[in-house]
Structure formats: structure tokens, C-alpha cells
Design a protein around this ligand. Sequence first.
Ligand code: GLA
Length: 385
Amino acid sequence: MNQIAKEISDIFLQKFATVPNLYYSPGRINLIGEHIDYNDGYVMPASIDKGVYYAVAANGTNTLNFFAADLNEALSIDITGVKKLDNWRNYVLSVVNEFLLLQKPVTGFDCVFGGDIPRGSGMSSSAAVEGGLAYAINEIFNCGMNRVELALLCQRAEHNYPGVNCGIMDMYASINGKKDCVILLDCKNITHEYFPLKLDGYKIVLLNTKVHHTLASGEYNIRRKRCEEGMVVLKQELGVTSFRDIKSAADVELHKDKMSTEVFNCCKFVVEEIARTQKAAELLQQNDLAGFGQLMYAGHWGLSKLYDVSCPESDFLVTLAAADKNVLGARQMGGGFGGCTINIIKEEAIEKFIAETTVDYKKQFSIELEAYVMAISDGVYRIVE
Ligand code: GLA
């Protein structure tokens, strides 16, 4: 058991009388395919070795007792009174609420959780919080749901109390990940394939801009609305049913005058990013990491110039990466407006690249960069000693 799991377990034992089940629920990275999980695209995430640890046990009452260890905050609430509150409380209560809406046999439980995902880093701590709790509840109360159903439940939970109209990628990756593999997730049909990630001498490194995004701030939902608006036009003009059916951005271009510039730019990006992700999957199978990296760069500039979800800090880090021959690809990862960039870097060059980038970044923005060399873990699981 690692140190954090032990701490969470110890806190649980101090607070509650029973012995809990322990779970690990990972955050995620996404290699390519951004903002297309809610646009019927393909995405390529993986679950990681940073995540949320849970200690949970049924308590035989009707009370839910939560303790968020990282924040030192507690919540006790009767299960019949589950409702929208605020902050982390919305994530856990919304998950419980979804089980109740399905009339699953859930009763009171005690729960301590905490982890090591830097907040606002774009590694999806919220999906890890939701997925870990959903998995624990499903197991402890024998709700009989499979991993795909749990991911969909968590997505509904995030839409409901927290109010973020997210796609399926984050929770799907957190729940269905596989060690050393990336997931090629078909977000239209909700099916996936695993590809072993063979990086031969390269590693995935995240650079944390430390600029925090809050998806709930509304920008995310605005992007989603723009795509929906564009799709209404494209359906009518091109006779398609989804972004996936549009052959190339040139087809979108034909109908530019029927949309606002923002809506057009978003639609163009989506069509291009869907194509990039499909191409990236082919290149990965051919072990063409250099070609894969070029698609990452192209994706970044699409996010920045067309989808308008980047920021000067992310653009700066990607520009530095592109100027270094040891970095095959880099782009901003996740919802946007900061968080982390994801980089594929030659192993022996990592230390130097991080050191130099840290200095340049500090000079430019007066922010201390953080870097993480990533490992890919299994999706949510129960920790068995
Ligand atoms: C957030 C959302 C995901 C996805 C990404 C962007 O992480 O939760 O569903 O849309 O942004 O790719």
C-alpha cells in the first residue's frame, strides 16, 4: 500500500469504528483528441499514477459521512436529504444521487478520500473523485453495474450538481484505463480499444502552467453550445447527423457565411481534430512517434487559434517544446485555459528540458513551473493487501 493510501486508511480508522475497503481512482492524461468527446469524436486518454484514494464502509444507518482529507472538511447528511450544495460536496453527493435515481439499494456509509492530483491541472481530479466513489458504492452495495455504466453514471453526476456539461472522456478513462496502454475511445458508440503505449526511449511529461481553469466558469459550456449551434446548420446543409460524418474542414468552409466566426472556428477545429485523432491512432500502431508528435502540435494550435481555449502560458510552453528537437510533440491538455501541457520527450533530455523551461517560464510569467513524468496505471480498482 502506498503512503497516501495508508494515510487515508489511518484517518478512516481514527474517525470511524469499522475497517473500510480501500480504492484507487486515477486521474487521466489525454494524448490527443481534445473537446471532441462531446462532439462524437475519438479521443486517446489513459489513466495515470496520480489519483484519488478512497476508504469506504457501509455504516448500517441512513447517514452519509464524508471527510475530504486534503481540505480537512467534513460533511454528514441523511441519505434522504441528498441535494446540491457546493465545491467537492457536489461531486460526491451527485454520484450518490445518481444511484438513488436508479433506485439502487444504497444506504448510509462512511467515507474518507484524498489524493495527489494537483488541482486545476487538467488531470481530471473531479472524474477521479466521482469514479472512485461510484466504484466503491457499486461494490459495497452490490449494485451490479459494469464499468461503462459507472462512467455514464459519473458523467450524468457531473452534469447534474456541479453543472459542467462535460463529455465522457474523463470518467471513462479513470474507470476503464489499463496499465501501460492508451484507450482509443469512440465517444459516439461508447466503445474502446486499448493500444500498448510503446515509447521506446521517450516519456510523457506534463508541465503544469499553474494557471487554473474552472470549467464550471462557463467557458466550457459555451464551447459546447457553439458546436451544437454549428451542427444545426451543418446537418441542414450537408445532410450529416454528426461531426464524424463530415469529410473535411473544406465542407464546413462552404457554409461559413451561415454561422458566426466563433461557431465556424469551433466546427472547423472539431472536424480537423477528429481526423487528427484517427490519423494519430494509425501512426501509433505503426510506431511513428514523430508523426504522432506533429499531430499534437497541430492540435494545440487549433485549440489556441480556432477553439480559443488556450492561454499565453500554454502557448509559451508549446512554443518552447517545438523548438527543442528532443520533444516530439506537445499541446495543452484537457478542458483548457491553462492546466498542463502534455509532452513526449526523449528520456535523456528530460532533465535539461525541464530545467531550462522552468527558468524561461519564470522569467516570462513569474510562475514556478511544475513537471511530472507520467506512468500509466490501471483504471479504478480496490486495493487488496
Ligand atoms: C474536460 C471535460 C472532458 C473533455 C475535455 C476536453 O476535461 O471533462 O469531457 O471535453 O475537457 O477534451
